[in-house]
Write a protein that binds this ligand. Structure first.
Ligand SMILES: Nc1ncnc2c1ncn2[C@@H]1O[C@H](COP(=O)(O)OP(=O)(O)OP(=O)(O)O)[C@@H](O)[C@H]1O
Ligand SMILES: [Mg+2]
Length: 245
């Protein structure tokens, strides 16, 4: 089956810093690809390249088989690439509902009654129906994460990019977030960057590990987490290498 999103040989440098080094990966419908890697590995830069914020110096990005490498950020949003940000970016003085409504209107292209109903439905889906009328800035962290997700979902994306959405949450809150992401996964292609690796392992079908913009491992979560190169670079673990014979 054709992947929803395909990145082929993406490369990008900023001066001497390589953020993406001939990186290829794909994600299919109802699938979640996890991305891990140390701070500064180039994870958010990958999202910026997928979302059209920065241009790759080589490589291409295909959405449902169509090359979108030259498309602008707003075109890609309309074509179905939604994202949440590492630092949530709600309009703090607007209510949760108004935030999602704004996304449904300006990103999702909806209007009138339809936009209102859809915004409320999306809030409900993301567990925020009871707090629809509270200013976004007054919400506790887990609800701000839910709102960040709801704003991205209001665009009815085909591909959902989640950048460290579990960061800063308690264990119990991470559990709620896992349930929420599992509940919206069907029909979507999700790419999830996360340092909270047990959360990622609970949701991701595959994990891609990168360092200095380069792929160091890819596969089933357990296999990638156990990979020697991943353990050495990502966890800083010193491993005994089994001797031969
Ligand atoms: N627009 C830019 N101009 C110059 N350098 C950049 C730019 N964007 C990112 N970088 C640099 O590229 C490197 C990778 O940054 P990136 O934000 O992709 O890392 P990351 O893997 O998301 O890290 P973290 O886990 O800390 O979020 C960093 O050294 C960063 O300073
Ligand atoms: Mg980042």
């Amino acid at each position: 089956m054709e992947p929803v999103l395909l990145a082929e040989g993406i490369s990008r440098k900023f001066g001497s810093i390589t953020v993406s080094d001939n990186l290829s990966f794909s994600v299919g419908r109802s699938e979640c690809l996890g991305i891990i890697g140390p701070n500064g590995a180039g994870k958010t830069s990958v999202f910026n390249i997928l979302a059209g914020v920065i241009q790759p110096q080589s490589g291409r990005i295909l959405l449902e088989g169509a090359d979108i490498t030259q498309r602008s950020q707003s075109q890609r949003t309309r074509l179905g690439i939604g994202r949440t940000y590492q630092v949530p970016q709600p309009f703090g003085l607007l209510t949760a509902y108004e935030n999602v409504l704004t996304a449904a209107i300006f990103g999702g292209g909806k209007s009138g009654r339809e936009a209102g109903d859809f915004a409320f439905e999306t809030l409900k889906r993301c567990g925020l129906a009871a707090r629809f009328d509270l200013p976004a800035g007054s919400l506790p962290l887990l609800d701000r994460k839910r709102l960040e997700l709801a704003r991205a979902m209001a665009l009815q994306p085909k591909v959902l990019l989640l950048d460290e959405i579990a960061g800063g949450l308690t264990e119990a809150e991470v559990g709620h977030l896992i349930d929420l992401i599992l509940s919206i996964k069907a029909g979507l292609a999700i790419v999830w960057i996360e340092h909270v690796t047990h959360a990622l392992s609970a949701v991701a079908d595959r994990i891609l590990a990168i360092n200095a913009g380069r792929k160091i491992a890819e596969g089933a979560p357990a296999a990638v987490m156990a990979d020697a190169a991943v353990q050495e670079i990502y966890m800083g673990a010193i491993l005994d290498v089994p001797s031969e014979g």
